[in-house]
Design a protein around this ligand. Structure first.
Ligand SMILES: Cc1ncc(C[n+]2csc(CCOP(=O)(O)OP(=O)(O)O)c2C)c(N)n1
Length: 339
């Protein structure tokens, strides 16, 4: 399947107007949150690095639209979008990134470890590729429970070169586990273009296991939504694992402030970034909503205002929070030791 084609087989119903509007709001929430994080990072207000997902929102939102709190997701070092798309609390995530006690991990994890087990968010993860084994283990649990839950594993094109991908594709196929692998091919692994470190087509690695596979335009929210709809349904019904390769682009740096480590060095042209800005998934969905009559402009303006208010409130809540308690680092190490 070409990168621009939508998967046709067993696609089922396209999203309704209400579903599209929810998708739009979720993507906008991720975008506005990260724009605020970008500004706060530049102002030196955030402890530690933040890896932003701007431009890739359609992938997390389009997939997680099909999940409930009982399903699981594993994430990456670029995890804010997955957390919010899966229904994680914005205030608690923002406070976590600010290193505050009110954070979802009491400020002990920061940006790269936002997690909420009550929502099935098994955690962002600084270890590239680590989510694959965690998601596959969660899917094994789902299959033992036998009640239709699924696990989704988000990972990057760089992570696709970790050996654990082969192990998890193998065992999930062998045991027909309800896991959906979602490779976010954003064309870079840190400062290296994907084509310098990644051989062949990533989706072919899943095809080698005869796994149902879709290659989609990851900047097309409807294409992602439709592919995920098909595969999540399949996983819930006991149809085993599946694989989505979503072609997208990282608009921001690998992390905010990357220019300080690059000290003037470049690894891509501005023209390439501009080319991808023109394929913005949120603007694309907005244009679709307006042209199809699924939403009126005033409605979208209102959604934008509501999202901006939520983000401003979350940032104010985080800024006013109490700094994390370093003593907790000792007691949160093992279950049951909490202070
Ligand atoms: C096991 C491991 N190796 C290397 C790194 C350093 N590292 C951090 S992010 C990254 C690139 C990951 O690229 P990709 O999986 O494509 O995700 P993206 O950053 O593009 O979202 C690397 C190599 C790491 N964190 N963990």
């Amino acid at each position: 399947m070409s990168t621009t084609e939508r998967p046709r087989a067993e696609v089922g119903q396209p999203p309704s107007a209400a579903q599209l509007l929810r998708l739009y709001e979720r993507m906008l929430l991720i975008r506005r949150t990260e724009e605020r994080l970008s500004a706060d990072s530049a102002a030196g207000k955030l402890p530690g690095a933040v890896h932003l997902y701007i431009g890739e929102e359609a992938v997390a939102a389009g997939v997680c639209a099909h999940l409930t709190d009982r399903d699981y997701v594993t994430s990456t070092h670029r995890g804010h979008g997955h957390y919010l798309a899966k229904g994680g609390d914005l205030n608690a995530m923002m406070a976590e990134i600010w290193g505050k006690r009110e954070g979802i991990c009491r400020g002990m994890g920061g940006s790269m470890h936002v997690a909420d087990l009550s929502k099935g968010i098994l955690g962002a993860n600084g270890i590239v590729g680590a989510g694959m084994a965690i998601a596959t283990g969660a899917a094994f649990g789902c299959s033992l429970d036998g009640d239709g839950k699924v696990a989704v594993c988000f990972f990057g094109d760089g992570a696709a070169n970790q050996g654990v991908l082969m192990e998890t594709l193998n065992v999930s196929t062998l045991w027909q586990l309800p896991v959906i692998f979602v490779c976010e091919n954003n064309m870079f692994s840190e400062f290296t273009p994907s084509n310098e470190v990644t051989a062949g087509c990533i989706a072919d690695r899943a095809r080698a296991f005869d796994m149902p596979t879709a290659e989609v335009d990851g900047n097309d929210p409807v294409a992602v939504w439709e592919a995920a709809s098909q595969f999540v349904r399949r996983g819930r019904a006991g149809g085993g694992p599946s694989f989505i390769e979503a072609h997208t682009y990282r608009i921001q740096g690998h992390f905010e402030a990357e220019r300080f480590v690059l000290s003037g060095g470049r690894y891509r042209d501005d023209a390439e970034i501009d080319e991808w800005r023109a394929k913005d998934p949120i603007e694309r969905l907005q244009a679709d909503l307006l042209s199809s009559g699924a939403a009126a402009r005033a409605q979208l303006v209102e959604v934008n205002a509501r999202v901006l208010r939520q983000v401003a409130e979350a940032a104010a809540h985080a800024e006013a929070g109490e700094p994390a308690d370093p003593g907790l680092a000792q007691t949160l190490m093992f279950a049951g030791q909490e202070g």
